[in-house]
Design a protein around this ligand. Structure first.
Ligand code: G4P
Length: 525
């Protein structure tokens, strides 16, 4: 198969949701279709239900599985489908944001009873920022749900995107009878006792009295609602969807494997193949000859018996080949990757080659950090992996002076993995950890102890934001750093960061130093 053909048959996407809406269940059902897993229950949820360390320990125990399931590839009807899983817990949202930089489209799962929830909104904001095409799956129709039109209004309003239903439910909860698939004009009847994949009934003309034989009195309601749908929502336009302006909506019940196949078929028909990626120097097209890729995720210590790390690399252009010599742009040296892995749901295996759209796992002994670019020679740097200003800050201190080397190494590794951000105060030299959630501090403490045999404790620090700063006027920058030296820190890469104690202090600094730019993400542009 030519490179062009290999690339055009790839579909790389992420499934996102507010915790508990059904992301894991839907992922698992999609994998069953792809034959990537054989039995339900094979995909372990990597979500953390309560914000408790004990849950995290359990997750850690299953780490081997959760790593394999964080990228899942399978073949279906001639397509190579790559699903990227994202952590549901909000304390790990940075990980999710980074993963979304590696996908070409997204399926958002919404609980039909709860509607749009806070995490759904945040995730949609990221998709909108990146103009990622989005399909909505309204899940749990077998349970009492909100009115379908109300749900669609809520999605339009809160997620700020136009919608177009491509399937329509017939009732919900105990009266749920099935969905009418507007996309291919067929009726699919719901039977909770059957979870097998069933063919829909071809039903081009819903005005036919035959509809009554299938769904009785609900037939007229369905006709009326479909008429309303056609009247209210514009025709489905794939271009609008691809531009991220229109979200097609499907209804179903992932638990009962209902509406999932329709979703998958429509997805494969409309979702985009690998898209161009933006490097600082230029746009990189997926079908270019040269290989390029970037690291969007790092997992350390997957196997507690070996100090192993895996860097997840998204292939952005060309063909990746095992054992070929590539350039590691940040380090300015060459790398030869001898055991790259691909992830199938139940195992990871060594691969010989991969194409744009694929994700490969690269065993790493510490030479990669998140955002690194690898290419077949061209000197480019991929964009779009910003660190966000953390929301919580603590000093980190060594609790076992005999093991400071282990502690420093552990902190270094965990920061490379993107678990949190570290800053070094230029005033007192103390190390500050910044996170978006309390759970991250617990995770750091737990992992330092269990993976590096090092102990730490945290000390409270009242801080509002860490802002990266720069200016076209070096003298002003020097003056700023001198005046604010008590509040200046360096990030992991040695960049200047202003640590503002409060919104007021930040505002004052901004007012006083008009020539200084303050950034709330590490991407300084
Ligand atoms: P998440 O990954 O988005 O967090 O959600 P997950 O798939 O784990 O689903 C959350 C809960 O909702 C699970 O129940 C799951 O069985 C249930 N669920 C998912 N889809 C449907 C659906 O279509 N209909 C119904 N009725 N329930 C659904 P749980 O009791 O929390 O977990 P479990 O112990 O059953 O795994």
């Amino acid at each position: 198969m030519t490179i062009e053909k290999e690339i055009s048959r790839r579909r790389t996407f992420g499934i996102v949701s507010h915790p508990d809406a059904g992301k894991t269940t839907l992922t698992e059902k999609l994998l069953l279709f792809g034959g990537a897993i054989r039995v339900a229950g094979a995909v372990k949820s990597n979500k953390i239900k309560k914000a408790a360390t004990s849950d995290f320990m359990e997750i850690e125990r299953q780490r081997g599985i959760s790593v394999a399931t964080s990228v899942m590839g399978f073949e279906y009807n001639g397509f190579k489908v790559n699903i990227l899983d994202t952590p549901g817990h909000q304390d790990f949202q940075e990980d999710t944001f980074r993963t979304l930089t590696a996908v070409d489209s997204v399926i958002i799962v919404i609980d039909a009873a709860k509607g749009v929830e806070p995490q759904t909104e945040k995730l949609m904001n990221v998709c909108r920022m990146r103009k990622t095409p989005v399909i909505v799956f309204i899940n749990k129709m077998d349970r009492p749900a909100q009115d379908s039109f109300t749900l669609l209004d809520e999605i339009e309003e809160q997620l700020k995107i136009k919608v177009r239903p491509l399937s329509w439910p017939i009732n919900n909860g105990p009266d749920f009878k099935g969905v009418y698939n507007i996309y291919d004009r067929s009726l699919k009847l719901f039977d909770p006792s059957i979870q097998e994949i069933e063919e829909g009934i071809d039903f081009r003309d819903v005005s036919s009295p035959e509809l009554e034989t299938h769904i009785g009195d609900d037939a007229q309601t369905l006709r009326d609602e479909l008429e309303l749908v056609e009247g209210v929502y514009p025709e489905f336009n794939r271009d609008d969807y691809l531009k991220g302006n229109l979200a097609p909506v499907f209804f179903g019940s992932a638990l009962y494997n209902f509406g999932v196949q329709e979703l998958l078929h429509a997805f494969l028909e409309i979702a985009p193949p690998p898209q161009p990626s933006l490097a600082e120097e230029r746009e990189i097209k997926p079908n270019e000859n040269g290989f390029t890729g970037f690291v969007f995720k790092i997992h350390a210590n997957i196997d507690p018996n070996h100090r192993s790390r895996i860097a997840f690399v998204k292939v952005c252009s060309g063909k990746f080949e095992r054992n070929k010599v590539y350039s590691h742009i940040r380090l300015g040296k060459t790398v030869r990757i001898s055991s790259p892995t691909a992830f199938m749901a139940e195992q990871k295996e060594i691969i010989e080659e991969a194409y744009s759209g694929d994700i490969i796992g690269v065993p790493d002994n510490g030479s990669f950090i998140i955002g690194d670019t690898i290419t077949s020679g061209e000197n480019i740097h991929f964009k779009g992996l910003p660190s966000f200003s953390p929301e919580l800050f603590r000093y980190i201190e060594n609790a076992d002076p005999m093991r400071s080397k282990q502690l420093n190494k552990g902190i270094d590794h965990l920061m490379d993995e993107g678990v949190a951000q570290i800053f070094t105060s230029q005033f007192n030299g103390r190390k500050i950890i910044g996170t978006v959630g309390q759970l991250q501090f617990e995770v750091i403490q737990f992992r330092l102890e269990h993976e590096y045999n090092a102990k730490c404790h945290f000390e409270p620090l009242q801080m509002y934001k860490a802002c990266w700063i720069d200016s076209d006027n070096p003298a002003v920058l020097t003056e700023f750093k001198k005046r604010k030296h008590q509040k200046m820190a360096k990030d992991k890469l040695g960049r200047d960061v202003f640590m503002a104690d409060s919104q007021f202090i930040l505002q004052m600094a901004q007012d006083e130093f008009k020539d200084i730019r303050f950034y709330f993400t590490s991407e300084l542009n």
